[in-house]
Design a protein around this ligand. Structure first.
Ligand SMILES: [Zn+2]
Length: 349
């Protein structure tokens, strides 16, 4: 065991949004950390923009049982300041791959980073991107899509990667199929609507908010439904159900999601914001040849495919931009479910 330097640990420096106490947004505070030079194999990225996700809130509420202190943020974009790897040079504009892995195990070498024994999420199982300077493994850095603003560049990695893997790799959504996206408004659901349209599928969406249903239509959804007992209306609007349901809410909607499926349909889920245990009506699963699929984050190859789709015109929706110093207000906006799309932090300009 001569070399234990891989993977390079993520180190977050400079002014940083640090989770310190499990009391919600008020427990995330701005602190100043000393800066260091990059280690071999790592890149130091001066962060321009970061964005927050629901998992930052769970962390802030203590639900993830991650011991503080921890710099939050799975999403970051910025400029290479110094590099300990020949693949990158100062001035390169980059985005961070939000999946943590060791890059070296059998799964990683087979391209399955999500099955790595050291799998994790940037800003949850390591320090994160909501800070001025991130030291990160050179393999976790990708060129920033040229067509995106800095705000947009921090708005897509986690949600779009998650939704991309769910719809493509897991649910195999096809252009001639219909997908129902639950809870439009959440970052991952907005990404799902956009990716599904990009793939050419027919897209239906639900939200309890009329304003968010309107936004979903503007984004390209073909029809929208209220979140309460939507399955009857969905079945009437389709040829007896949809091919894929995109889930992230869990117990509050799973029964209606299963009821919305056509014969042979798939429910794919990446989360359960309404609770961790759900009931499934078993005959609906087996008599209708249905599939219930789980998914989390995504692989580097899927991130590359996503970057190509962005170059072909896919663009994330930015809900709002807060200065890093106002991270508590940004988290509070997410906590109140007021957002449509991504809440972005502006770190430096
Ligand atoms: Zn691995």
């Amino acid at each position: 065991m001569a070399h234990e330097q891989h993977p390079v640990e993520v180190v977050s420096e400079g002014r940083a949004a640090v989770y310190e106490e499990p009391i919600g947004p008020a427990g995330v505070r701005i602190r100043d950390r000393p800066r260091t030079e990059p280690q071999p194999g790592s890149v130091a990225v001066a962060i321009r923009t970061a964005s927050i996700n629901h998992l930052d809130l769970w962390l802030a509420h203590g639900a993830q049982r991650i011991p503080p202190p921890r710099v939050i943020g799975a999403d970051g974009a910025g400029v290479v300041q110094a590099s300990g790897d020949p693949a990158w040079k100062p001035g390169d504009e980059v985005v961070l791959f939000p999946t943590l892995c060791d890059w070296e195990c059998e799964w990683c070498r087979a391209g399955e980073n999500v099955r790595c024994p050291r799998f994790g999420v940037l800003g949850e199982h390591s320090d994160g991107a909501a800070c001025e300077l991130v030291h990160i493994d050179a393999r976790s850095v990708f060129h920033k899509p040229v067509g995106l603003s800095w705000e947009e560049a921090a708005a897509f990695p986690l949600t779009f990667l998650t939704a991309w893997r769910m719809l493509n790799t897991r649910a195999h959504l096809r252009a001639d199929e219909t997908v129902l996206v639950i809870g439009a408004g959440a970052g991952v659901a907005v990404a799902a609507i956009q990716i599904a349209k990009h793939l050419g599928a027919r897209v239906l969406a639900t939200s309890r908010s009329e304003a968010k249903r309107k936004r979903a239509l503007e984004l390209g959804a073909d029809a929208v439904f209220d979140s309460g007992a939507f399955s009857k209306a969905v079945r009437e609007a389709t040829n007896d159900g949809v091919d894929v349901v995109f889930e992230h809410v869990g117990p509050a909607t799973l029964e209606e999601s299963m009821r919305s499926l056509a014969m042979g349909g798939r429910v794919v889920t990446c989360g359960s914001t309404s609770g961790v245990k759900a009931e499934v009506t078993m005959p609906r699963l087996f008599f209708r040849q249905a599939s219930l699929l789980g998914s989390t984050m995504g692989n580097a190859s899927e991130f590359e495919d996503l970057l190509k789709a962005i170059d072909r015109g896919l663009r994330p929706v930015v809900d709002s931009v807060y200065p890093l110093d106002e991270v508590q207000a940004a988290l509070t906006r997410l906590d109140a479910s007021e957002q449509f799309g991504k809440v972005v932090l502006s770190v430096s300009s």
